[in-house]
Every structure is written in structure tokens, then in C-alpha cells.
Design a binder for this molecule. Structure first.
Ligand SMILES: Nc1ncnc2c1ncn2[C@@H]1O[C@H](COP(=O)(O)OP(=O)(O)OP(=O)(O)O)[C@@H](O)[C@H]1O
Ligand SMILES: [Mg+2]
Length: 285
């Protein structure tokens, strides 16, 4: 793997590298009262895959939405700290501008239009974001190359496709916007292990071949740390641990809390997956 650590050099003036995305000590408040993120500092370097890990309600989705700027229509705002893209402040941007600049979020829960076909879902994403028509055909072909399963289902209504195919479609809808940064919220949610593996395999491929940078929120720390370069563990709105993915994988606290492995090295029954929340809640939009 190439040296993709550049996004994690110190940003105190000693580094000459500007990370693609830099959140510095950000706080995020919903409806002016609910403090969901309490001072998070994270970086995403070019071509990197960075994982945000942590339990329910930790602030992973909120952090992604702060960056995609989807936080504003949710009634939230970054009330403190700085957020930059290539060194430029994003705080005054709306979500449309973020997409135009190449920052695209794939929402938690596979948001697709169930009555439209797979191909129509991709086209709607392209048209509603004013992607040039001349680019759309080749973008479609590229998506079908990465996701051959979608190609086979291109004329099927999205609502009739499997959970894994819908997750692939949700990622495809982001890809058609020719992103530089994909913010991916819990792609493993509710999917069988083999499908999760297949999706992460494709995401890994994408990040390498297309040099897309990926910021990934996952409760499934085991898979996220296998594919990510770097990880942050977030609890109650704060980063409590961070480091290269390989280091986090070996950390005893991470092993015990997020990988379900005890001191003797045995995998316990409880683990990231058993702590997953029931999803019929306010986030199901
Ligand atoms: N739209 C909203 N309005 C008010 N509070 C919210 C909203 N979205 C999230 N919150 C609150 O912000 C905190 C962080 O939630 P967030 O969804 O970011 O966590 P998460 O780490 O993504 O959790 P999960 O793993 O369950 O998806 C929680 O206390 C949550 O209740
Ligand atoms: Mg979430």
C-alpha cells in the first residue's frame, strides 16, 4: 500500500502537507441545545481511508454531516472550532457547495428511491446535481464495472433489490457525482458478513484506483480497521483514541471494547455487532 499517512502529520506548522479535510476541535449543537460533538479533531489525507469508530450516539454521523454540511437542514451547526477542505474554511458552505467541491455523503440506511430502477436512481443523482450529460454515460459504466451486481440489476426497481445491492447503489449514487471525498455512514449495517466483505473489498479498490478519500463511520470496528489506514474512536462526542488502523487493531482496549476479544485473545460472544442499535428510530428518514 502506498504511503498514505500524510494526512496525519502534525498541523502545528511543522508539516508542509495540508490534509484534505481537517476538523479542528469542532463542537456541533442541534437546535441550539443538544451538544452532540464536544471538540473533535480529525484529519483525512488524500487517498486515505479513515474510520470513525464508537458506540451508539457517539457522534459519528454528526461529524460526517458537519463535513458534508448536511448538518444545517438537520437543525445543527458547528458552534465552535474550524473545518477546512484543502485549507479553505467550509463553515459557510451549504451541502450543495460541498457536493460541487467533491465531498459527498452516503447516508446511513441505504437511501435509495425504491420505485425507481437501479439505473434511474443513478441518473436522478446525476441530474439533480447537474452533472454534465456527456460525463454521465462513462460514469455509469464505471459504476457498473465496480459493482457488476448492479449492472445485472440495472432495470430492476431498487426496492426489489437486496440490502447489499441497495448499499452498493447508495455508494454508486455518490460515485456518479465524481467525488474527491466520500463520507460513508455504516455501510455494513444490517448486512450479512459475506456481503459486508464484498462491499469493503470494492470500497478498498475504489479508494486505490480512483484516489478517492474515504471517511467511514462504523460500529463494525473489525472490518473497518482491516480496510482503513487510520482510525479514531469517538465516545460521547470526543475522540478518546486514535492511531494507524494496524496499531488500533492491536490495542487491548480496542480489542476488548470494539473487537470483542479478551486478554487471552479469545473472541467473546458480545462484540460490536451485538451492540448495534435497533434502527427504527428518528434516524430512519
Ligand atoms: N437531528 C438531531 N437532532 C437532535 N439530536 C440529534 C440529532 N441527530 C443526532 N442527535 C444526537 O446527537 C448525538 C450523536 O448522534 P449521532 O447520530 O451522531 O451518533 P452516532 O455515533 O452516529 O450513533 P449511531 O452509531 O447510533 O449511528 C446523540 O446524542 C443523538 O441523540
Ligand atoms: Mg450514526
Amino acid at each position: 500500500m502506498s504511503d498514505k499517512a500524510s494526512g496525519h502529520e502534525p498541523v502545528d506548522g511543522t508539516s508542509t502537507v495540508t490534509p484534505l479535510i481537517q476538523a479542528t476541535n469542532i463542537e456541533v449543537v442541534y437546535n441550539s441545545i443538544i451538544l452532540a460533538v464536544r471538540g473533535i479533531t480529525i484529519q483525512l489525507g488524500k487517498g486515505q481511508t479513515v474510520a470513525l469508530l464508537g458506540p451508539n450516539g457517539a457522534g459519528k454521523t454528526t461529524t460526517l454531516k458537519a463535513i458534508s454540511r448536511l448538518i444545517t437542514p438537520e437543525g445543527g451547526e458547528v458552534s465552535k472550532g474550524e473545518l477546512t477542505y484543502k485549507g479553505e474554511s467550509m463553515l459557510a458552505w451549504d451541502a450543495y457547495k460541498a457536493v460541487k467541491r467533491g465531498i459527498v455523503q452516503v447516508l446511513e440506511g441505504r437511501q435509495v428511491f425504491p420505485t425507481l430502477t437501479v439505473e434511474q436512481n443513478l441518473l436522478v443523482a446525476a441530474y439533480s446535481n447537474k452533472i454534465r450529460r456527456s460525463n454521465i454515460k462513462s460514469a455509469l459504466e464505471k459504476i457498473f464495472e465496480y459493482f457488476p451486481r448492479l449492472k445485472g440489476r440495472r432495470n430492476t426497481r431498487a426496492g426489489y433489490t437486496s440490502g447489499g445491492e441497495q448499499q452498493m447503489l447508495a455508494i454508486g449514487r455518490a460515485l456518479i457525482l465524481e467525488p474527491k471525498v466520500i463520507l460513508l455512514d455504516e455501510p455494513s449495517m444490517g448486512l450479512a458478513p459475506l456481503v459486508v466483505e464484498e462491499i469493503f473489498e470494492i470500497i478498498g479498490d475504489l479508494s486505490q484506483k480512483e484516489s478517492v478519500s474515504i471517511l467511514l463511520a462504523e460500529q463494525n470496528a473489525s472490518i473497518a480497521l482491516r480496510y482503513a489506514d487510520y482510525g479514531y474512536v469517538i465516545e460521547t462526542g470526543r475522540v478518546v483514541m486514535s492511531g494507524p488502523a494496524a496499531t488500533l487493531r492491536e490495542d487491548d482496549n480496542v480489542k476488548a471494547m470494539y473487537l470483542g476479544i479478551d486478554e487471552s485473545g479469545l473472541r467473546q460472544e458480545f462484540g460490536a455487532d451485538t451492540r448495534r442499535k435497533e434502527r427504527a428510530d428518528v434516524f430512519a428518514m
